[in-house]
Write a protein that binds this ligand. Sequence first.
Ligand SMILES: [Zn+2]
Length: 150
Amino acid sequence: MFRTDTATDAELAARRDELVARLPGCAAHTPGSLHRNYRRCGKPNCRCAQDGDPGHGPRHVLVRYEAGKPRTVQVPAEMAPEVADGVAAYREFNDLVAEIAAVNSELSDRKLRRAASPKAAARGKKGGSAAGGAAPARPPAPFGRRSPGI
Ligand SMILES: [Zn+2]
């Protein structure tokens, strides 16, 4: 697992460029998650009423949250592989974007810290825990938050 906190600036930049190069194209992206459902029809004499029967199906559905509410779309069985690929591509894209953001956040933080106190940065080149006494108090975050991480 790549660690942003211990990597050098050059390693962070290289990692970021590697992640950007891996971003898949967006054309096939399908937001949502694909599920396979089995259901019971409720008829007491149907096979699905027997113990151990999985029920009717599978029925494929694509679930997507829009404005916080789940929306379900039926997916014909023959289209399920294509939709699954699109869902996976979109997920991979988002995972990569989140990782790129984490690397860029670390790079940006370091750059800003160095700019804010160039002397401390020069002095504390080796130590990881800048306990040199001149460490600035941790400011509140009025302009946005750190990425929650991955
Ligand atoms: Zn049934």
